[in-house]
Design a protein around this ligand. Structure first.
Ligand code: ADP
Ligand code: MG
Length: 695
């Protein structure tokens, strides 16, 4: 059996099904085998009909003693009596008249399902639409019954039962001595079974497999497959990291007095201890002869931007350029404004290269970048993708790193930039994801907030409480404070409808708050207009700012102590956390009101409860990961998260740690064992983990 054979040749799959499977990425027999059961059911032993009680989920085996089809209003009901010698059980199926042929009188059959009280005669028991399988003899040796039965999620055109049949056949053919990328001594150290055995047992668990372990994905077969996947991924990361560390930069930077002077001029306040520590770590990298490849992680408002700016200044003072890349145009613009303000008293030239900069203007900007006249260049990731030519790029900073994966970082070097790389994320990332998405990086953590911040009180209110919320806003304004009212937006490029909603809302708020100065801010406004509005809010001219999520970054007004988030149920946790971080910036106590509309889904409810419960970004991130699952945490996979087939980053944290340690040990030792080296040499790494480049 060749596991790389096209799925079409697997028994039970024809050309048509193969095509449909191909469309969802299942192309080979192996792809199919890696579709693991979502759970297992113990259908090994049969209950006696005479012993059944309501609420039991059991297998029963016997003969169909009577059968009949009838109609009741729009339903067809097929009803049979199963006789196992101890008694008779009523079993009904709805709208499956064809079962008359399959489950005919005299057939031997196994049913698996829930025993319930009959609706009509409460002393009678019934099974409704159970799983069934025709059998011979006593019912053992079946595929769907009489054993530890895997239950699969539907896969393309294959529903549960056909899938189980196909996989049972396929798994039986997997040779136990299948080639294994993990050599025997490594298997021994990790105490895992061979690949062939694992692929068989995961679909055909045997007597040695405990139901409980199977269902927790911790059976020997599961552990083997999960560890293999995580290990291969981590080895790829470890190799990359070793590669970068072995490189030499064009020039190591020096931290000179001029840079120190410039930094002093820029700094509006003393750095926090965490900022100083992280800046020192960065400075050490800048001075090193090896390229920097560092991630700065820190909660909203921990002051990462400032740290990045100071690092850029060091590079400028070494006659090199710095690039600052934001994930969206709006954010790029915001940073441009912030930097220009902070650098007012410095002679550096800051250039914004957004898509709004076009034609002649763009050509001029590009020329300034190429000549080195533009010293700090701010833009989106398009900066690297388009291969903008720099005179001498010394440092590339990527803000909001979760949108900037392993391969994007590599792109930087491939474009010949040969620069130090600093990536920052304001979204605290759970350790498992950090080890995966940024496993090839050095990590610095800004784990301290600037002084004088007070905790934020967070309230969850239904829309029907809007009146009280309005009073809250009024009182806050009467106290001389300011407030944000945030409206959701669907995409990061603000859609017209969102802008319209925000515009109308600002009109409503203006009416509802007579005598209060209400302003409006959204991403579709011109840069100058935005700047003006932000300045007015910062200066107190605007008391209530109705805005879209533009306010996530860039706006920093410590007198704003109230934030009302409209339709809070539509926001993700990370975004809510980011937004809330805009208040609580001064010493006065702040409030964030989450206004929720309509009946909340369980997920929305869970998210909002987390917001009320904690302000700790890392705790929120862990919860977010649990609620959303790793796939959604980072959005689509093209942002640089690998796709795992069997591993699950929440469930498999423990195995990830094992894999990580082992991978870095192996790579640290030098030459990899042949089967592993072969796998990685063949360029399988990127393909296997579905890592794609943006664009
Ligand atoms: P982040 O990017 O980590 O979310 P920012 O760099 O935007 O945070 O900083 C948040 C706010 O805190 C900004 O207004 C910034 O000016 C301010 N800030 C940064 N560092 C300090 C500090 N050491 N002391 C006081 N305020 C600071
Ligand atoms: Mg920031």
């Amino acid at each position: 059996m060749d596991l790389h054979a096209p799925v079409q040749y697997v028994k039970g799959i024809g050309p048509q099904k193969a095509e449909a499977l191909g469309r969802i990425g299942v192309r080979s027999a192996e792809d199919l085998l890696l579709h693991l059961p979502m759970r297992y059911e113990d259908r090994r032993s049969f209950a006696r009909v005479a012993d059944l009680r309501p609420g039991l989920r059991v297998s029963v085996s016997g003969e169909i003693a009577a059968a009949g089809l009838r109609r009741a209003r729009r339903l067809t009901i097929y009803e049979v009596r199963l006789d196992d010698g101890s008694g008779r059980l009523k079993v009904v199926f709805f709208n499956q008249p064809y079962l008359r042929e399959t489950l005919a009188r005299g057939r031997r059959v196994v049913f698996y399902g829930l025993v319930e009280k009959d609706a009509f005669a409460s002393r009678l028991l019934v099974m409704r639409s159970p799983q069934y399988e025709l059998v011979e003899g006593d019912g053992h040796g079946g595929i769907h019954t009489g054993r530890l039965v895997p239950v699969y999620e539907k896969l393309g055109p294959l529903t549960v039962k056909p899938l189980r049949r196909v996989l049972a056949h396929l798994a039986e053919q997997v040779p136990t001595d299948l080639p294994d990328p993990l050599p025997p001594d490594l298997r021994g150290r990790l105490t895992v079974i061979g690949r062939g055995e694992a692929l068989r047992r995961v679909h055909l668990p045997g007597e040695g497999d405990a139901l409980d372990l199977l269902n927790r994905f911790r059976s020997p077969a599961h552990v083997r497959l999960i560890l293999e996947e995580l290990l291969l991924f981590q080895i790829g990361l470890a190799l990359r990291r070793r590669g970068v560390r072995a490189e030499r930069k064009r020039s190591a930077f020096e931290v000179r007095d001029a840079a120190r002077e410039a930094v002093k001029r820029i700094l509006p306040f003393p750095l926090t201890g965490a900022q100083r520590r992280v800046l020192r770590e960065i400075a050490d990298d800048l001075r090193s002869v090896h390229p920097m490849n560092r991630l700065v992680q820190g909660d909203v408002g921990s002051g990462k931007t400032l740290v990045a700016l100071l690092a850029m200044v060091v590079v400028l003072e070494n006659a090199h350029q710095a690039a600052f890349m934001a994930p969206t145009e709006i954010l790029a613009e915001q940073h441009f404004l912030t930097f220009r303000r902070l650098l007012e008293r410095c002679p550096y030239r800051v250039e914004l290269l957004s898509s709004a900069v076009r034609g002649r203007e763009r050509a001029d900007a590009l020329a300034r970048i190429a000549s080195g006249e533009a010293q700090i260049v701010i833009g989106t990731h398009a900066l690297i993708q388009e291969g903008v030519a720099f005179h001498r790029l010394g440092l590339a900073v990527a803000d909001e790193q979760h949108r900037f994966g392993v391969l994007q970082r590599e792109d930087l070097r491939k474009k010949g930039y040969d620069a130090d790389v600093l990536v920052m994320t304001a979204t605290p990332i759970p350790r498992t994801l950090a080890l995966t998405a940024y496993g090839d990086l050095d990590v610095s953590i800004v784990d301290e907030k600037p002084p004088g911040r007070t905790p934020i009180r967070t309230l969850l209110r239904p829309a029907s409480d809007r009146r009280q919320v309005l009073d809250l806003v009024k009182r806050s304004v009467a106290d001389g404070r300011q407030a944000y009212v945030v409206y959701p937006l669907v995409e990061e490029s603000e859609k017209l409808e969102d802008v319209k909603a925000a515009t109308e809302a600002s009109a409503e708020w203006t009416v509802a708050l007579p005598g209060v100065r209400v302003g409006l801010l959204h991403g579709r406004m011109k840069s100058a207009e935005k700047e003006e509005t932000m300045a007015a809010f910062a200066g107190g001219g605007i008391q209530v700012l109705v805005c879209t999520t533009v306010v996530e970054v860039g706006v920093d007004v410590s007198n704003a102590t109230l934030m009302v988030i409209e339709h809070a149920e539509r926001f993700g946790l990370a975004q809510l956390h980011q937004l809330r971080g805009r208040v609580g910036r001064g010493s006065a106590s702040s409030t964030c009101v989450l206004l929720a509309y309509g009946r909340l889904s369980d997920l929305a409810r869970a998210r909002l409860d987390v917001m009320v419960a904690t302000e700790d970004g890392f705790a929120i991130a862990e919860k977010d990961l649990e609620i959303r699952g790793p796939g959604d945490f980072f959005g689509t996979r093209q942002w640089g998260m690998p796709t795992f087939r069997v591993a699950h980053l929440v469930r498999d944290r423990d195995l990830l740690e094992v894999a990580r340690a082992e991978a870095f040990r192996l790579v640290g030792e030098g030459a990899l064992p042949p089967p592993l080296a072969h796998f990685l040499d063949a360029g399988g790494w990127e393909r296997r983990f579905g890592l794609a480049r943006v664009g």
